[in-house]
Design a binder for this molecule. Structure first.
Ligand code: UDP
Length: 336
């Protein structure tokens, strides 16, 4: 008994090491912060295709943090870890349309290579998967047991199928190589460090509202999304990593908004007098999306705390700064 207590105290004191691929990205960098706050030592790997070093600049002098510029599509050996979080991938529809092949590669080759790192380390491997696995869902809200309604050859397929493949690869490494895996299905998430020009609805509407431009609603704006504030998302991911659940878990906010309602929330929060204009709906744009989070609630005792209005207010200063930086760049004279 005494010996066991001593061993568990020693375990608690040992610093856990975590690898975060995509660590310079939006969710990845917030995850790095949270892991550091929990006492882990963290290596962030990123090839900076869509991630940004500025998301990690505040960690420059943190001795428990290391940045590794690495394309995870190439085999890599960054050392031993207790946890491996695979978050590398372009994630906004505009980014993955622009980098379609890289998106397929990071979901396939990148997932294999990162699974290999976890296998060598006997680490817990957590895959950042997505609500896009459900495609344009015919079941509403979406439960983890729903297999989805995905167009395998449409413009979104580079992302959807890459993530579905990544889930299959993760389950295969569990079955064939005994890797201790977790899969989180992330729903629309927002907050600081989103790129102002990544084309997603919240940065687009924020940018447009803060500049007094029209808010571009695609289609009639009656399609729905359910938005989760980034700190809630990261809390759910951390809890899942510490659980024993091998099957996918939805982590998202179940409060559902039409895109028109989302536009109105942003006009309210920014106090902008921008108008709404309508543009064509992109192909295969999901009509509705809302997570069923019963599993996360029961299994992890997790549910989101921050509602959309509050989260938008908390993100406002960040978006103001990004818009100011964008405008300063646009107006400053070109230099050679
Ligand atoms: N959308 C919009 N205007 C924009 C950007 C996006 O109406 O300027 C819509 C888009 O058509 C989709 C929803 O907002 O129905 C969410 O789009 P986003 O790109 O944020 O992510 P998705 O959930 O589609 O992956």
């Amino acid at each position: 008994m005494g010996n066991r207590l001593y061993r568990s105290a020693k375990l608690r004191m040992a610093t856990l090491r975590a690898l975060v691929t995509g660590g310079a990205g939006f969710v990845g960098s917030h995850l790095c912060d949270r892991l550091l706050a929990e006492g882990y030592s963290v290596v962030a790997a990123d090839n900076l295709l869509t991630g940004r070093l500025s998301n990690l600049a505040h960690l420059r002098n943190e001795p428990r943090f290391e940045f590794l510029q690495q394309d995870v599509c190439q085999p890599f050996d960054p050392g031993k870890f207790d946890f491996v979080f695979h978050f590398a991938s372009p994630a906004s529809p505009v980014d993955y349309a622009k980098h379609g092949i890289e998106t397929l590669q990071v979901g396939s080759l990148g997932t294999f290579n990162t699974l290999e790192v976890a296998r060598r380390s006997q680490a817990v491997f957590l895959l950042a998967s997505t609500s896009e696995c459900y495609g344009d869902p015919l079941e509403h809200p979406q439960k983890e047991t729903y297999w989805g309604h995905v167009n395998p050859i449409g413009p979104r397929s580079v992302y959807d199928e890459a993530k579905r493949f990544a889930e299959a690869a993760t389950m295969a490494y569990r079955r064939y190589h005994n890797v201790n895996t977790r899969i989180v299905r992330i729903f629309n998430t927002y907050g600081s460090r989103m790129q102002i020009n990544d084309g997603r609805v919240i940065p687009n509407f924020m940018r447009q509202a803060l500049r007094g431009e029209d808010l571009t609603v695609y289609g009639a704006g009656d399609q729905t999304r359910s938005f989760c504030y980034v700190s809630d998302e990261v809390e759910g991911i951390l809890r899942l990593s510490r659980s024993e659940e091998p099957l996918p878990v939805n982590i998202g906010n179940p409060c559902e908004f039409t895109i028109l309602e989302c536009a109105q929330e942003i006009l309210d929060v920014t106090g902008s007098r921008s108008k709404i204009c309508y543009e064509p709906l992109p192909k295969d744009d999901p009509k509705q999306r809302k997570p069923d989070i019963t599993k996360a609630k029961t299994l992890l005792g997790w549910e989101p705390r921050i509602e959309l209005q509050q989260g938008l207010k908390m993100s406002l200063e960040y978006f103001r700064g990004e818009v100011a930086a964008l405008d300063a760049n646009l107006t400053s004279p070109q230099r050679d």
